[in-house]
Each structure stands twice: as structure tokens, then as C-alpha cells.
Design a protein around this ligand. Structure first.
Ligand code: SF4
Length: 365
């Protein structure tokens, strides 16, 4: 339904991360190994972040060699950049089909967040976005999505990231791609991330954020999962006239339908929805749009169902899409606050390595 032509070929072979716990036992048995090996493997993978069979010295060599079939290569680091004294690390990964995706690890005083990609490229064609202009290369497999978090978890556990040993607390699907356009693999990855150890990474569902530009039926499907995930809606305009231009999928599902779906999501999950709004100079940062946004949110009920996350753009000289003036940004905040809407200004972590992390990472290019 949401698919667009795929350019790149080759998905990777099935990986442990693609399998549910029962399927792991079946896969181990199919290799002629006893079922209890599945638990041993998962202890290494999810308990100790050891993803290579040659690290599992308590298993016989022959078993490790067979099990290597269930651990094909997924991601190859093509480039790694760090900023904020090593507390932000962005990695470009080469994946099967010669596509490249990105993940970003961000350490804060009390938590660590990993921003991951769900697709290589994107089919949503937002005109301000370099990723969108390139189209969709292909959607990622469950294992390729999980592997981005697995890499971060291992680096943190080993103390390989500035700030000392740690763990992943939050995962945000705000890297490359539209997560809800790759629904089944994304949800399988989410279930693996939140499944308790030793069958999953044991990350709190409340720590997982799924972003979308507005695939309304898939927001309803997400609400029906009855998981307390955080939904982030990349709104960027409160009116159809402008949003039709900024986010082409708005021509299919209008602002009203999108906010109704977001409100339903908040009602069903009891989770406050994050309304993402990139402030673009003289495009969407007018006072009247702040007032309209506040009205649209408030008229759907108790204002606490949503909070607005404003994103300052990284100024790009010569581009039509550039940062709001400081005074316009402040007026926008003031108007929302005066209307009683909770509002935050997004941290611009990693800006100097183009790691604003989000649907909006693309805006920074
Ligand atoms: S802004 Fe996000 S949804 Fe739009 S084309 Fe870019 S990556 Fe896709």
C-alpha cells in the first residue's frame, strides 16, 4: 500500500535477530543441535552482547560453526563520526544491496538514546529532504533494524563510548525512512527490543519512539498493538495548504485525519503524543500558525494528550529551507505556552556532525 519502487537488491539471509524465540529453537534443531543451545546462544547475544559465534567458548567448535549460518553479516561500518566530546556517535552502515543507512548514539547525563533507520532512503518525497529526493532504496529487515541497537548496546556495555559503561535506555525510529511504511519488520524489531532478557534486549516499551509523517491507517494499527510506545508525528504545518506542499503524503491523509489518529493513539495507549515541528524561516514559523496549531491540539480534548517538540533547523546558506529567526522562534514558543500547550525545543545534539537525529536529520543537509 505504501510501497514505492525499490532500487537496491539483496536482502540479507535470515539472522537470529529475525527469529522469534520459538523459531530460534526450530532453527537450532534444524541444524541438528539440541534445543537448549538456543537458550545458550540467546544468553550470549542478549545477555552479553556477543554476536559472533567464535566468542562463545562454552559451546563446542562444531556447534559454533553450524550456528554461524544463523549469524550472517548485517551491517558494515562505512564511517563513524563523533561529537560532543565523544558523547554523540553517528555511524553510517553499509547494508546488503550496497545501500547506506545511519544510526546515532547520544549519551545524556541520565540516559542513552539510539536513533535508528528503518529504510534505506525514503519513498515519502518531502521536497525539503535530500533522502526523500533519492527515493526508497529498500526497507530494512528486522535483523538490520535490531542490529543498529545491538551495536550500540555492545559498545556501551564494553565502555567503548565516552562516559563509561552504560546501556541503551531509549530507541527512536527517527533515522532514515518512514517506519510505518515498513510496518511488520519494524514491529518485529520493537518486540525484540522490548522482550525481556535473555530472549530480547529488555528495553522499556516506554523508551521506544516511533515517528511518522502521517500514515493514518498504520497509526491505528500501532494503537491496536496495545504497547505503550511513544508516537511522534512529524507535523511541520497545522494547515493542509502548507502541509500538502511540505509533506506530500498529506494529500492522501489530511491534518485533521492525522491529528484525529494521533489523539486516538494517545487515548488508547495513555501515552502523550509528540508533535514534531521543524521551524523553517518564513515558511511555517508565523504566529498565526502557532495559534492554529494550539487550536487544533486543544479542540481534540485535554491539551495534555500531546506536546509540541520544536526543532531548530541548522542554517544552510543559500537554501530556501533555513532556520527561523530567534525572535520568531521565541514568539512561536510563547504563543503555544500561552495557549497551555506543553512545548520543548529540541536539543541540537551532534549538529556539527549532521546528527540532529530524526526525520529531520535530512533537513540538515
Ligand atoms: S522528511 Fe522523512 S518522511 Fe520525508 S522524505 Fe525525508 S526521510 Fe522521508
Amino acid at each position: 500500500m505504501f510501497d514505492t519502487p525499490v532500487r537496491a537488491g539483496g536482502k540479507p539471509a535470515k539472522h537470529w535477530f529475525d527469529l522469534e524465540p520459538a523459531a530460534r529453537i526450530a532453527a537450532v534443531s534444524a541444524l541438528g543441535l539440541p534445543a537448549y543451545r538456543a537458550r545458550q546462544v540467546s544468553n550470549h547475544v542478549f545477555g552479553r552482547y556477543e554476536y559472533q559465534p567464535d566468542q562463545w567458548s562454552d559451546l563446542p567448535l562444531a556447534a559454533r560453526e553450524s550456528l554461524a549460518n544463523l549469524f550472517p553479516p548485517l551491517l558494515t561500518a562505512a564511517q563513524e563520526l563523533s561529537a560532543d566530546r565523544g558523547m554523540t556517535v553517528k555511524t553510517a552502515w553499509r547494508i546488503a544491496g550496497d545501500a547506506v543507512v545511519e544510526s546515532v548514539l547520544m549519551r545524556y547525563p541520565n540516559r542513552t538514546t539510539v536513533c535508528i533507520s528503518s529504510q534505506a532512503g525514503c519513498g515519502m518525497a518531502c521536497p525539503f529532504c535530500a533522502t526523500g529526493q533519492g527515493g526508497l532504496q529498500r526497507s530494512l529487515s528486522t535483523a538490520e533494524i535490531v542490529a543498529q541497537v545491538a551495536d550500540a548496546a555492545a559498545k556501551l556495555a564494553q565502555g567503548a563510548v565516552a562516559g563509561g559503561p552504560g546501556q541503551v535506555n531509549n530507541v527512536v525510529f527517527m533515522g532514515m525512512g518512514e517506519p510505518l511504511a515498513n510496518y511488520a519488520p519494524v514491529m518485529a524489531a520493537v518486540r525484540e527490543l522490548i522482550r525481556p532478557k535473555p530472549d530480547g534486549f529488555g528495553i522499556s516499551a516506554r523508551g521506544v519512539t516511533i515517528s511518522t509523517v502521517g500514515l493514518v491507517p498504520r497509526i491505528a494499527a500501532l494503537a491496536a498493538e496495545e504497547l505503550p510506545l511513544t508516537l511522534a508525528v512529524s507535523l511541520h504545518a497545522p494547515d493542509d495548504e502548507l502541509r500538502d506542499e511540505l509533506i506530500p503524503v498529506n494529500q492522501r491523509w489530511k491534518v485533521g485525519e492525522l491529528l484525529d489518529a494521533a489523539w486516538d493513539y494517545a487515548r488508547v495507549t495513555k501515552r502523550r503524543v509528540s508533535i514534531e515541528y521543524a521551524l523553517i524561516r518564513d515558511i511555517n514559523d508565523q504566529q498565526a500558525r502557532a495559534d492554529l496549531l494550539a487550536r487544533e491540539l486543544k479542540r481534540r480534548g485535554d491539551w495534555t494528550w500531546a506536546h509540541v517538540n520544536l526543532i531548530p533547523l541548522n542554517p544552510t546558506p543559500g537554501s530556501k529551507w533555513t532556520a527561523s529567526r530567534k525572535r520568531d522562534q521565541q514568539t512561536f514558543i510563547d504563543r503555544l505556552e500561552r495557549a497551555g500547550i506543553p512545548v520543548t525545543l529540541r536539543d541540537t545534539r551532534g549538529r556539527n556532525i549532521d546528527a540532529a537525529c530524526g526525520q529531520l536529520a535530512a533537513l540538515q543537509r
